[in-house]
Design a protein around this ligand. Structure first.
Ligand code: NAI
Length: 316
């Protein structure tokens, strides 16, 4: 049977990674961009990544790197790019007007069964999709960078999204090996970034107030909380750290509230603290492409290793 086709709009960091995820899942992928040279670079980059991963035995999917590469084609004509697609994942820069323009164009050329999905990190579906003729088929599928290595996808419907669009998107994400979660309604920052910003904001206050150094702060997460959060979430942690959640609340609610009431206002993320954090991090990882890329590569290798470990340790 001919594999289904998906279209990726925008071939930057996230678009490339989605293309690889879908190709690993056996889908034909059409990668669309306004700039041909961007597509050429994207294809070269995907080829290099796939070949390296194949060599080190971490390529995803049942197909070889060559077979997966053969599934990916590039295109600078929007109409041709979406023709035959069952799912379209938009990955253009985080700019509301630009994305609205693209969804407006897509709205005019797609049929009634294709899903129009956006990778947006923080634009609400009601801002992106309201007024579109195909709004029932529109949804946000927010990945985590890099989606090839971090499987979570937040699925966020517009108030008018048809439940079948949500279900189909959820099933598709499962099929390609991602880990989808459904939000019942849209909310600023979705869930991942709300949690992330809560952590960043307290980290910022603690460093800003001189309670701990920036490097030690990061260690609290990477060698402390993060160790368990790669396997269980904060709610299961409560469950396991006492005799169930009710017992945890009986034991620790007062203590938690006491600490939470000492949290300060939302930081400005400017001034002295920026310099302090930037200096500490730049000593460890200089802000030059070579050093940043090397560290990103190492991070991705760690995530690959962790993904393997999580597969071995899988339990439902
Ligand atoms: P990027 O800047 O790396 O790539 C954007 C791509 O879109 C470029 O290839 C550009 O040529 C192309 N483009 C620009 N205008 C276009 C148009 N009119 N039609 C088609 N293509 C066009 O951006 P990145 O980082 O890949 O982000 C894409 C989306 O993914 C954004 O909405 C971002 O918020 C979201 N996202 C990004 C994450 C990240 O960590 N980078 C994580 C999760 C989501």
């Amino acid at each position: 049977m001919e594999p289904s086709q998906v279209t990726i709009i925008g071939s930057g960091l996230i678009g490339r990674s989605w293309a690889m995820v879908f190709a690993a899942g056996g889908f034909r992928v059409k990668l669309y961009d306004i700039a041909q040279e961007q597509l050429t670079t994207a294809l070269e980059n995907i080829r290099k990544q796939m070949q390296e991963m194949e060599k080190s035995g971490v390529l995803k999917g049942a197909l070889s790197a060559e077979q997966q590469l053969a599934l990916i084609s590039v295109c600078t004509d929007l109409k041709a790019a979406v023709e035959g697609a069952t799912f379209i994942q938009e990955c253009t820069p985080e700019n509301l007007e630009l994305k609205k323009k693209i969804f407006g164009q897509l709205d005019l050329i797609v049929g009634d069964s294709v899903i129009l999905s956006s990778s947006t990190s923080c634009l609400l579906p009601s801002k992106l999709f309201t007024g579109l003729k195909h709004v029932k088929q529109c949804i946000v599928s927010h990945p985590v960078n890099p989606p090839y290595f971090v499987p979570l996808v937040e699925i966020v419907p517009h108030p008018e999204t048809d439940p079948s669009t949500t279900e189909r998107t959820y099933a598709l994400m499962k099929k390609i090996g991602q880990s989808p979660v459904k939000l019942n309604r849209e909310i600023e920052g979705f869930v991942l970034n709300r949690l992330q910003y809560a952590v960043i904001s307290e980290a910022w206050r603690l460093v800003g107030e001189g309670v701990i150094s920036p490097t030690d702060l990061d260690l609290v997460m990477s060698d402390g909380l993060g160790m368990r959060y790669a396997f269980i979430g904060p709610l299961e942690t409560m469950h396991l750290n006492a005799e169930g959640v009710s017992n945890y609340c009986e034991r620790y609610a007062e203590g938690m509230k006491l600490v939470l009431n000492t949290f300060g206002p939302v930081p400005e993320f400017s001034g002295e603290t920026v310099q302090k954090v930037n200096q500490a991090l730049s000593e460890k990882i200089p802000v030059v492409p070579k050093a940043l890329d090397a560290r990103r590569k190492w991070r991705d290798e760690c995530l690959t290793g962790l993904a393997k470990l999580k597969t071995q340790m899988k339990s439902d």
